[in-house]
Design a protein around this ligand. Sequence first.
Ligand code: FUB
Length: 320
Amino acid sequence: MKTRYLVPGDYMADPAVHVFDGKLYIYPSHDRESGIPENDNGDHFDMNDYHVFSLEDVETGEVTDHGVALRVEDIPWAGRQLWDCDVAHKDGKYYMYFPLKDRNDIFRIGVAVADRPEGPFVPQPDPIRGSYSIDPAVLEEGGKYYMYFGGIWGGQLQRYRSNKALEAAAFPADGEAAICPKVVRLSDDMLGFAEEPRDLIILDPNGRPLTQGDTERRFFEASWMHKRGGKYYYSYSTGDTHNICYATGDSPYGPFTYQGVILPPVLGWTTHHAIVEYKGKWYLFHHDCVPSGGKTWLRSLKVVELEYSEDGTILQVPAG
Ligand code: FUB
């Protein structure tokens, strides 16, 4: 399959993708030109709503835009910046998890609820208690739901240790264990955490945690989890080195062992993805900045088929 741009008339990024009612639903961030200058804090990613898309034929089918599903102005605790969201389905309801800065400019994760996969989603009055940082991704496993989250730099994860806010942001030294993404089981009502978030540890093939200086492999942001053949595949972006990498494990909590790069750098600073099986094939949804001529805050949604070797390793997708 040739790589396909899915929403040529608008800028969409950070896809989360699920099969609901036999269709593929895409939950992207909605990029826009806000005029805010680019900086390491990500202030130029000043998104203020989400659209939901669906399709039934990944390779050539029509992509339906279901319109605006949630707006910043409808979220009672909102400050600014709606970044990468995800949606989970339980007992006939759809739960959208979204990162947003509160009025103190601190990222929290909120929940909004809908009766249909395309929304509209109605936000809860407050963010999830104990939530912080960005990029929630939810896996359903045996009736339990696990959220993966976190992102360093503009995603603020370096401001926390053991789920407590530090007085000042702190990065480990290059030779020390890298800052970990987080994993937490959701409560039965899907509106909160059922436990304290845990570190998701990524080991190198020698069983040692990846280090902060190992920028080609260590976690930066954009968690995604999928399961195939009884194995858990945790994938993520390395941020400033622009890879989408993956690691595998035997439990939703890990530990995970680093396996390799799924997608080498694309045009644009960020890279972000979702992996999903649909009608017997696996697909990688992601974004790049080719249609905007390289404007890193105006990203376009793409999809390409993803292939695995017999032993379950993922074949690297060529960039472009
Ligand atoms: O879209 C804003 C941020 O850029 C996302 O939260 C990150 O994953 C990166 O794609």
